[in-house]
Design a binder for this molecule. Structure first.
Ligand SMILES: [Mg+2]
Length: 243
């Protein structure tokens, strides 16, 4: 089967749950702050602010995020008691080792696509060790063609990925839940993008759409399957017209 198209699939909150576990870490942290008698709302605001500030410095990931939680605690408490230290370590372990919960229909979707002319690459950002571990635990390895981790997602990094795999923008489709990291880098290069709507979105991932005409919103991956078939047919018929 000739893989005419490149299908770039985001991982966190596209193939499996992720943001919900960051929320849980934040909630656990705020419960800890309350147990210390700290003002929960002020701590929450401080976490959000510090999280945005550290992003350009540390990049994406669970470890830098939990480092931020610890740093925020140090802003409020001079001497962190041992039981709080242990609780923080628990929050970190829970986030790093959260179960991989595939979103509904992911397995079925990938099985169907493997019979279609799409080269599938799981394209994710963050810390290499953590992302690799999640991919390994997802059980999806045999269902996709490639796996690629970058520190952050930009048009330039996507262009490099396309080049390395030998695809052009008119044959590349990007699927993801983030306007900033998935959709805009794709449409910036002229690729079609499918935005997966998810209930939780990290503040840092919100961004205005740059090329709305290239974007289609979907509720889940099952919705994408007929759209990929349409795309294939469009190309087949335009090739026939040329012939
Ligand atoms: Mg994502």
């Amino acid at each position: 089967l000739e893989k005419t198209y490149l299908l770039v699939l985001d991982a966190d909150d596209t193939l499996w749950e992720s943001a919900v576990f960051f929320r849980r870490a934040e909630e656990d942290f705020l419960a800890l702050a309350e147990a210390l008698g700290l003002p929960a709302e002020l701590v929450r605001e401080t976490v959000r602010r510090r999280d945005m500030e550290r992003l350009p410095v540390t990049g994406y990931g669970a470890v830098p995020y939990t480092d931020t939680l610890e740093a925020v605690l140090r802003e409020f408490v001079n001497d962190i008691p041992e039981w709080v230290r242990r609780s923080l370590a628990d929050i970190r372990m829970c986030l790093l080792n959260h179960p991989i919960l595939l979103l509904p229909g992911v397995n079925e979707f990938l099985k169907s696509v493997s019979g279609m002319p799409f080269f599938t690459v799981v394209y994710t950002m963050g810390e290499e060790i953590h992302q690799l571990d999640k991919f390994r635990r997802s059980g999806l390895k045999g269902l996709v063609d490639a796996f690629e981790i970058v520190s952050d997602k930009t048009s330039e990094k996507l262009r490099r990925l396309m080049n390395s795999l030998g695809y052009t923008m008119d044959r590349t489709i990007v699927v993801g839940n983030s306007p900033r990291s998935d959709v805009n880098p794709a449409t910036g290069l002229g690729c079609r993008a499918f935005l997966l709507r998810r209930p939780y979105m990290w503040e840092a991932e919100l961004e205005e759409f740059e090329n709305p005409e290239l974007i289609t919103e979907i509720g889940d991956l099952a919705e994408l399957l007929p759209l990929l078939t349409d795309l294939q047919n469009e190309h087949v018929s335009s090739n026939e017209n040329l012939a």
